[in-house]
Design a protein around this ligand. Structure first.
Ligand SMILES: [Zn+2]
Length: 248
């Protein structure tokens, strides 16, 4: 059984490394996705702003037509003012001229304001376009880098899976089944050390008789508290320690 447990520890090492590599891959993919969705959002904003600018320009053209129309009417009235004979009509035309002048002034002010809006919208569009170009370049180089990283991680996965298959082939079906079952139930460690009479996975004291059995290493022993497979700690002192990050 001690040999089987040593194989399980090796297998666990491989599995934990595979977990870590997978989470690195996930992080890379998530980062790329985040970049792309940020860019998409910016492009959407840009398109919305371009539409807005078109609307403002349409309004601008309409106001210019309005102003031309008002000026036309104004000149007609001014001509008539020179031709009228009655004082009553004169005053009526004069009133119309006043009101048209006011409209012209107001429309000119509106046009001035629209011009400002057009200019600020144009500069904001330019800014966004520059930013998008920059982002696209950044994303392209980031993607190139990420592809390399992912390929390197895939190579590692391939090598680990080969070792994993080999190690699994040497463990008895009953033991591997137990190991897989524990791993399917909880992430992290499936096989833990028993030391000084307690389980190093959950730190609960083990029944003294069970601790003796674990030292003998002839049976598959399971922690009664955390249900993990146990091995005698001294059997693994020469082995590579587990990665720091792993939580028991
Ligand atoms: Zn335990």
């Amino acid at each position: 059984m001690k040999e089987q447990l040593a194989l399980l520890r090796e297998l666990q090492h491989i599995d934990l490394e595979l977990d870590e590599i997978q989470s690195k891959k996930d992080q890379i993919v998530a980062r790329l996705k985040e970049n792309t969705s940020f860019l998409d959002k910016l492009v959407q904003d840009l398109n919305a702003q371009k539409e807005e600018l078109e609307e403002i320009r349409t309004l601008q053209r309409r106001k210019k037509d309005d102003l031309a129309e008002i000026k036309e009417q104004l000149s007609v009235r001014q001509k008539r003012l020179r031709e009228v004979t009655s004082a009553k009509e004169y005053s009526a035309v004069e009133k119309e001229i006043d009101s048209l002048k006011k409209s012209a002034e107001q429309t000119e002010e509106e046009l001035l304001h629209l011009l400002e809006v057009v200019e600020s919208t144009e500069s904001s569009i330019k800014e966004k376009e520059d930013k998008i170009v920059q982002l696209r370049e950044g994303i392209a180089s980031d993607e190139g880098e990420a592809e390399k990283q992912l390929a390197a991680l895939d190579d590692k996965i391939k090598a680990l899976k080969d070792r994993q298959e080999e190690a699994r082939g040497e463990v008895s079906r009953r033991v591997i089944h137990k190991y897989d079952f524990i791993r399917s139930r909880r992430p992290g460690l499936a096989i833990v050390a028993a030391k000084d009479g307690h389980c190093e996975g959950c730190y609960m004291a083990l029944p003294p008789q069970q601790f003796i059995e674990i030292q003998r290493g002839q049976t598959l022993e399971i922690c009664p508290s955390c249900n993990r497979i146990l091995y005698f700690w001294e059997d693994a002192v020469d082995e590579e320690p587990l990665p720091d990050k792993v939580e028991a």
